[in-house]
Write a protein that binds this ligand. Structure first.
Ligand code: F3S
Length: 398
């Protein structure tokens, strides 16, 4: 890979340990994937924040980089293993909290905005159309590529950090237009009548298109919340963090329609629910906010929970970013949700918090949430917000 004089200086260690290490990572990646050069990135989003996944080895790696590493571009974090302010109320072990705080301290020392959300585009880390970025979280990467029209590979935690310290990433994969051409036309004939249908659709597209880039037609309209849950699902069950949706993805009108065609109909959506949902009536955990709930979703939760009480046998979480929670506090939504017995889980989520063994069965609006909850040994139910609220209130899935 061609390096400029400045980049060679960085590789030689003239800007310190963290930059040298980062250049080594970027050059190795560039060589593996045949990149010709490094390109500037407008922002970085770093995953691998939960101590649950990092462990002591990961914490040590971060502390080493934090000795002299300072990020060169806007950099935000993915969810951590706990709510950084309210972890006691969510049943987090104090020793886990201590270690998680050390992880956050290391990131903070590097100059990273400790935002801890998988929806960076809702809290100020918003790329423009065509901008190159280096993001890690799969749903956010898919949203950036497919809804915003920015360009990013799905970075690992270390390669995203390396891009942040250097301000550049190797130019390969989805940074190159020739790798962003769709391979398969996905025509959706099913009506999407409730929110969780978007997660079911993501399951269908992901499992059928797999490693191909889809060009999706048949969608008449989609809200940002529907697109964010679709993005999370399609990349969880498939592998490509890029799709085109006719009239929604910027520039989709200039992209050729592939010859290979798949149709997703009503039966496919019903089959997705059959696969994602387990047999269970009792629900002891409800979690809304995968990806992190927007202020609009929080307002909907508040209006559905107003005057109701969560079952004493059920824990009810709203996973969201701290800025969204602060807006919810100002509008009075938090008060309504908490009065009903619901809890906010800011900075964290059901996949990265240490939840294994704590709950038996979860209800959620998110297909991705179900996928990761099964990894945490929970039975899963995916449904509309109304169905999840009803499950939280009664402790039953009806
Ligand atoms: Fe976000 Fe966690 Fe879901 S990172 S997309 S809330 S699994």
């Amino acid at each position: 890979m061609f390096l400029t004089k400045d980049e060679e200086r960085m590789l030689d260690g003239e800007e310190g340990y963290a930059v040298k290490k980062s250049m080594e990572i970027l050059v190795a990646l560039g060589d593996i994937y045949g990149a010709e050069k490094l390109i500037q990135v407008g922002s970085v989003q770093v995953a691998g924040v939960s101590y649950h996944n990092l462990g002591d080895a990961g914490l040590e790696f971060l502390n080493e980089l934090a000795t002299d590493g300072k990020v060169k571009v806007l950099t935000t974090l993915n969810p951590a293993g706990m709510d950084l302010e309210n972890w006691q109320n969510l049943g987090i072990d104090p020793e886990f909290a201590r270690k998680q705080n050390l992880v956050i301290d290391a990131f903070s020392k590097m100059g990273i905005i400790v935002s801890c959300t998988c929806t960076p585009y809702l809290i100020g880390n918003l790329p423009r159309y065509g901008e190159h970025v280096a993001w890690s979280e799969s749903s956010a990467v898919t949203f950036a590529n497919s809804v915003i029209g920015a360009k990013t590979n799905r970075e690992g935690g270390p390669s995203a950090l390396a891009a942040a310290f250097v301000g550049k990433t190797p130019c390969y994969g989805l940074h190159l237009d020739e790798n962003r051409v769709p391979d398969v036309h996905v025509d959706v004939t099913a009506d999407l009548s409730k929110f969780s249908d978007w997660g079911a659709l993501g399951y269908c597209v992901g499992t059928q298109a797999q490693s191909k880039i889809s060009y999706i037609t048949g969608i008449k309209d989609a809200s940002v919340d529907e697109l964010k849950t679709f993005c999370a699902s399609v990349v969880t069950f498939g592998s490509k963090p890029l799709f085109y949706m006719k009239d929604i993805t910027p520039g989709s009108e200039n992209v050729p329609l592939p010859k290979e065609k798949i149709t997703i109909d009503k039966q496919d959506i019903q089959d997705a629910y059959q696969t994602i949902n387990d047999e269970t009536e009792d629900i002891d955990f409800v979690c809304i906010g995968c990806p992190h709930a927007s202020i609009k979703e929080i307002s909907q939760i508040a209006s559905l929970l107003k005057g109701k009480k969560i079952s004493p046998n059920t824990e009810f979480w709203v996973a969201t970013s701290r800025p969204a929670k602060q807006l919810a506090d100002k509008r009075g939504y938090s008060k309504v949700i908490e009065a009903a017995g619901g809890k906010f889980a800011c900075d964290t989520c059901m996949a990265v918090a240490p939840l294994k063994g704590r709950f038996r069965a979860i209800a959620t609006t998110s297909a991705k949430g179900c996928y990761y909850s099964r990894h945490n040994k929970m039975l899963t139910k995916m449904g509309s917000l109304e169905e999840c609220i009803a499950a939280g209130v009664s402790g039953k899935w009806k």
